[in-house]
Design a binder for this molecule. Structure first.
Ligand SMILES: C[S@@+](CC[C@H](N)C(=O)[O-])C[C@H]1O[C@@H](n2cnc3c(N)ncnc32)[C@H](O)[C@@H]1O
Length: 248
């Protein structure tokens, strides 16, 4: 039997998802940062800022920024906490997203301490028990095999290591969810068509948000993998969710 997974609302063979996702992000990489600002009215910057301030970080931590894309989280970490001397390894599936990120980091004066690598969340080129902190921001929704990606997060974290995830989620109020759906399924593809010249990519974005598990279900998945002290927070009524989990 063919192993199927979601690509937005479409079911596709799981083995095709990484290629489809990589193709999509290759097409939009040059507009990615601008589109984030437009779609969220700049809010994604505030969410990311709150996210890094929620992380428990210590001096000289090894941080893995998985599905790190154009580097917002890694760059923000180094700019906000230069005194922590963090070492960040950013891994992403799409080389053109990494290229955009590298240029952005250099423009902002961050030339050291971020290692940019091509790779997949489901099979990280990282040894066991390496990282103090694992972060995946707006990336988990896109991976082909979430269970494998979470198992890899668990494997690469040291005992005591901290897992963090920031992701779109589901609104906790039905009427607000309906208004949000109206926005996602009209405004996002419209902006995609006129700004990024790729309506399909932003239709996928809206669909992938709807297909992603609700906050408490993701908590359950993290516990199943073996994480302890799993907790989450709904931000802006659940437009985004923050998850923290510890490998004890
Ligand atoms: C929406 S972007 C998020 C980028 C960044 N973390 C941020 O918060 O702005 C999603 C990223 O996930 C990457 N991605 C998708 N599937 C992946 C996988 N299986 N392994 C690693 N990266 C993946 C894409 O290439 C893309 O850069």
């Amino acid at each position: 039997m063919i192993d199927l997974t979601d690509f937005g609302f479409t079911k596709i063979p799981r083995q095709e998802k990484a290629t489809r996702v990589k193709d999509l992000f290759s097409r939009v990489s040059s507009h990615y940062d601008l589109m984030n600002d437009l779609m969220s009215l700049g809010l994604h910057r505030q969410w990311k800022k709150s996210y890094i301030h929620r992380m428990r970080l210590h001096q000289n931590d090894n941080v893995l920024d998985i599905a790190g894309g154009t580097g917002d989280i890694s760059i923000m970490l180094h700019k906000t906490f230069p005194f922590l001397n963090l070492t960040t390894t950013l891994i992403d599936l799409t080389p053109s997203m990494l290229d955009e990120g590298r240029h952005k980091a250099i423009d902002q004066g961050i030339v050291q301490n971020i290692n940019w690598c091509a790779g997949q969340a489901e099979s990280l080129p990282i040894s066991d028990n390496y990282a103090d902190v694992y972060t995946i921001s707006f990336g988990l929704r896109n991976v082909a095999d979430r269970s494998k990606a979470l198992s890899e997060a668990f494997r690469v974290l040291k005992p005591g290591g901290r897992f963090y995830c920031l992701e779109f989620s589901h609104l906790e109020h039905d009427t607000l969810q309906k208004i949000y759906d109206l926005y996602s399924f009209s405004v996002l593809p419209f902006l995609g068509k006129h700004v990024a010249k790729d309506e399909d990519a932003y239709q996928y974005l809206a669909e992938s948000i709807r297909k992603f598990p609700a906050r408490l279900r993701l908590e359950g998945e993290l516990k199943t993998i073996g994480f302890t002290t799993v907790r989450s927070e709904a931000w802006m009524n659940g437009i985004v969710a923050f998850h923290e989990a510890i490998k004890s």
